[in-house]
Design a protein around this ligand. Structure first.
Ligand code: GLC
Length: 608
């Protein structure tokens, strides 16, 4: 009994007090703990080293990572589509580090101010996380800030490819970035560096074409124009995509039953892959690319998202890419039916940020399980998070002031529209000019105009405009149609007669010139995969009707790719490849009536 008595006394008067003293020393001195904790005294602090813009980015990354829990690190590795956020408080609850707007995913009212307010609301929610790490917010502003009403809509990349003008492309990219930054969005999922090998692919118009050198040169120009900044951090982060081999998928191999090429299989050997598709990415990395998106394609039946040789051995080690690798839309989960296994394989292959893009809850739980099981090592997590945070600091997210409403005036500015008009001019390719019918005289007595793309901004713009798949019509875009531009340009004595279907009154006197403006309806990605790109029967009928009422006919083709016109081109006098010129239709008319020469060159083969 005695010994028990003394034993309990010993504990009461010696051991407990000494434990209390030791603990209070640790708590008081805050000795760095081996595993970061986020007790309240660490949360929402100011004046911490990572918040000090005078320190180097490495110092700031080291400091913030030393404070992060595994959960906070995992949250930096996921990219969520903003419409998948069930409750804005989930951003802090799950420590989410990145959001995106899928095509057309904007605020309820599509105005620049509403976009700015939406982004600022998301960033405010991120400030509620313990360490207040800002969100990286991405969007496909692939031909201007196309989701935003009133933005300047530039020619799609295929038209810029025809311009073969790096300085112009750099200015287009800078103007696009300025309009994005005005809304608080600093990550553009562009440029597309795919080298297209099959124009039946719906993404053809998103590329600069099929010439590796032209793609590389314009890709660098676009990246430099996007990231250009005098403020010590990127204006907007560019994002070369889709690593690697996009444009070379074999027709009919898509894993998606709705598509034929998108998400398909690339079968070329590694030598060809390196010769054709690698140079644009290497040049982009040398020029300062800091995030690269992996395509949803497969190479030799292995998903690019699951390919350690491509993503780690080649991209990160051989090409010395030190930024972060982001997966493409749901691409990781295409690896296998089991999401857990897919995540483990993708992260271990070299993907740092996963565009799930939907469910963040099961992403977080799967990743925490993978770390606990050591299926993904903590070193791999730290490598990915270090890459991501480094780029966040480089993009100024921790330092730049919140975008303000006053800056919105840059959106759709005259200066930007002039750049777009120049880009339109320089992208027009003269396919045929029989008896020098072009350029047209501004004093022609009578011109008839017809066709579904004559007075249709949506068709001029194509996909990724207002909506993911684009729109067919004039609502939702601010710009000038080709028809309006024609009317703006001819002399006051010239008669312009327009009928979309080509139905003109029966008269004996033929029009001096008939202009048929035809082409493709808007589409994006796999929805544009097609077996045989041709002019529709409606378009061919319009052309016939115009031809019957004109002395000469000029056909303007508004399309994302070459269309098969071999059987008809011989009957037409003038043919112009206009591509997808965007909001500034005046640029087409600048060359149509000779204020500027045709200088565009085919970015892809077009057999007449
Ligand atoms: C899409 C495209 C990719 C785009 C991404 C985000 O599916 O493949 O080019 O950047 O998802 O919208």
């Amino acid at each position: 009994m005695k010994s028990n008595f003394y034993h309990s006394k010993l504990i009461t008067f010696l051991i407990i007090p000494s434990l209390l003293i030791v603990t209070s020393i640790f708590v008081f001195l805050k000795l760095p703990s081996s595993s970061p904790t986020n007790e309240n005294n660490d949360c929402h602090q100011t004046n911490l080293p990572y918040q000090n813009s005078k320190l180097t980015i490495d110092e700031r990354v080291t400091d913030v990572m030393s404070r992060m829990t595994d959960a906070e690190k995992i949250g930096q590795m996921v990219l969520i589509e903003k419409n998948s956020i069930n409750n804005i408080n989930d951003i802090s609850k799950y420590n989410l580090g990145a959001l995106l707007s899928g095509g057309g995913a904007g605020p309820k009212t599509d105005t620049p101010l509403a976009w700015l307010q939406m982004i600022n609301n998301f960033q405010d929610a991120a400030k509620d996380t313990c360490l207040g790490i800002p969100l990286l917010y991405g969007i496909d502003s692939v031909h201007g800030h196309g989701n935003v009403l009133g933005a300047t809509i530039f020619p799609h990349a295929i038209g810029l490819g025809a311009s073969q003008d790096p300085d112009l492309v750099k200015r287009v990219a800078k103007a696009t970035a300025d309009e994005m930054a005005a809304t608080g969005i600093y990550w553009n999922f562009a440029p597309n560096l795919d080298v297209v090998r099959d124009i039946r692919w719906g993404k053809t118009y998103e590329t600069f074409g099929s010439n590796t050198d032209n793609v590389a040169q314009l890709g660098v120009a676009y990246l430099e124009g996007t990231q250009d900044s005098s403020s010590g951090y990127f204006n907007v982060l560019a994002n070369p995509k889709h690593f690697i081999g996009g444009g070379n998928m074999i027709y009919g191999t898509s894993r998606n039953k709705d598509f034929q090429i998108e998400e398909g299989n690339i079968t070329i050997d590694e030598k060809t892959l390196r010769e054709v598709h690698l140079p644009p990415f290497q040049k982009a990395i040398t020029a300062g690319a800091r995030v690269i998106m992996v395509g949803t394609a497969s190479w030799q039946d292995t998903k690019n998202s699951d390919n350690y040789h491509l993503l780690t051995e080649i991209l990160k080690n051989e090409m010395k890419f030190s930024g972060f690798v982001v997966s493409d839309w749901y691409g990781v989960y295409l690896i296998e039916n089991n999401k857990y296994n897919s995540l483990v394989r993708a992260v271990n292959a070299g993907i740092d940020m996963i565009m799930t893009p939907f469910d963040y809850k099961d992403f977080v739980s799967n990743m925490q399980k993978a770390v606990a099981n050591e299926d993904i090592t903590k070193e791999r997590i730290d490598d990915a998070v270090k890459r991501i945070l480094t780029v966040k600091f480089e993009t100024g997210l921790f330092d730049r002031p919140e975008a303000l409403a006053e800056g919105l005036s840059v959106i759709g500015s005259e200066e930007h529209r002039e750049i777009a008009r120049e880009a339109v001019r320089k992208s027009q390719v003269l396919l045929k000019n029989k008896n020098s019918v072009l350029p047209l005289s501004k004093t022609l007595k009578k011109i008839i105009v017809a066709g579904g793309s004559a007075d249709n901004l949506g068709r001029q713009a194509g996909g990724w405009t207002t909506e993911w798949q684009g729109i067919d019509g004039n609502a939702g875009i601010v710009g000038t149609t080709i028809l309006e531009a024609i009317k703006n340009t001819v002399s006051k004595d010239s008669e312009i007669d327009y009928n979309k279907e080509g139905n003109f009154a029966n008269t004996n006197n033929l029009a001096d010139v008939g202009i048929a403006i035809v082409g493709e309806k808007p589409y994006a990605e796999g929805w544009g995969d097609i077996a045989n790109p041709i002019l529709s029967p409606e378009d061919l009928l319009v052309i016939e009707k115009v031809q019957a009422k004109s002395k000469k006919i000029v056909v303007i083709i508004v399309s994302g790719r070459p269309l098969d016109i071999k059987d008809y081109a011989k009957n037409w006098d003038g043919i112009i490849a206009s591509w997808l010129p965007g909001s500034e239709g005046q640029g087409v008319v600048d060359v149509l009536f000779g204020d500027f020469d045709f200088t565009g060159k085919l970015p892809v083969d077009w057999e007449l």
